[in-house]
Design a protein around this ligand. Sequence first.
Ligand SMILES: C[S@@+](CC[C@H](N)C(=O)[O-])C[C@H]1O[C@@H](n2cnc3c(N)ncnc32)[C@H](O)[C@@H]1O
Length: 342
Amino acid sequence: MVSPFDRLAYAARQTARVAWYAGHYAAGLRLLKPMPKPDFPVGPTPSRAELTADMRALFEREWQDIEAGLYAAPGVRQPELSEFLRRSLLYFRDLPQVDARRHGQSDELPPGEQGDGLPDYYRQNFHFQTDGWLSDQSAALYDTQVEVLFTGAADVMRRRVMKPIAEWMAGRNQRDLRGLDVGCGTGRLLAFLHDAWPGLRLSGIDLSVPYLAEARRLIGRTARVKLIEGAAEKLPFEDASIDFIVSSFLLHELPQTVRDEVLREMARVLKCDGLVVLVDSIQRGDQPEWDGLIDLFPHYFHEPYYAEYANGNLQAWGEAAGLSRAGTERAFLSKVMAFRRA
Ligand SMILES: C[S@@+](CC[C@H](N)C(=O)[O-])C[C@H]1O[C@@H](n2cnc3c(N)ncnc32)[C@H](O)[C@@H]1O
């Protein structure tokens, strides 16, 4: 049972997060040099008021699910206050380098340095991030960068995968279930899943050792959550061995051929009655009045594979991999798509 106090606590926590990251966003706009205007056609874009209203509606939907008992109100899942503040400072210290890359001084990770042996498509400064996915500093900065980009709504978008999972789990015993987060990064979604259903046996897989270390710090030492260094396109699991699979904001970072392999791997390791829930950027036509955002995003951020992703069709890719769509929700700037085995 949730009380009016729980609702107030949820609202206060989420409002504080949004205000904090929206403040970073506004400060960043002042610090960054303006980018040249795009010299290509740009579709319609929403106003800030429209975006804010849509984000608010998303928090409201999450609250309704919490109230309906689908899962408990999420904790903050932040590092200690001093570390939290240090990360904001690091974020602002790194901005001039990010800005220099945005303005053409791109320095992809040179061979012979970080991540030797990892695939070329992976060894890039995604988001113009210093060190790409490949340093402790990048791992420490990542969550702040993403929350600033989404003005405090990244976590709630990730958590929308929990609704279809909660519905699918009805009548199942969490202690019997194995879940997998593919491209788990710094582990925020795993942490929320672990908090909501501590009996689950969870694994997270990612190619980045520093991001996995960050995930371990966030989640803490528990045998219930295993973290594995490995490639999403070669999942180290038996056929039909995993009950549910989630993945947040991975697919748009992958070239088409790798993305297709990843989806096929998910279908391979999923049990017959299992569930896959993916959350990633909206694609063209999901919210046609916002299509301009899809045009602009890869212009402002280093996102080598985003345009191909955003102009494609996640449902069709899932079906080609042997999955069939079981539900979709647009969640602010992302969409959540659930699949079963076809
Ligand atoms: C945009 S981040 C998303 C991280 C996390 N899921 C989240 O919600 O923030 C993409 C993550 O995918 C990982 N990644 C990219 N390509 C991968 C691959 N082929 N196999 C495993 N992990 C990969 C990166 O290391 C990074 O941690």
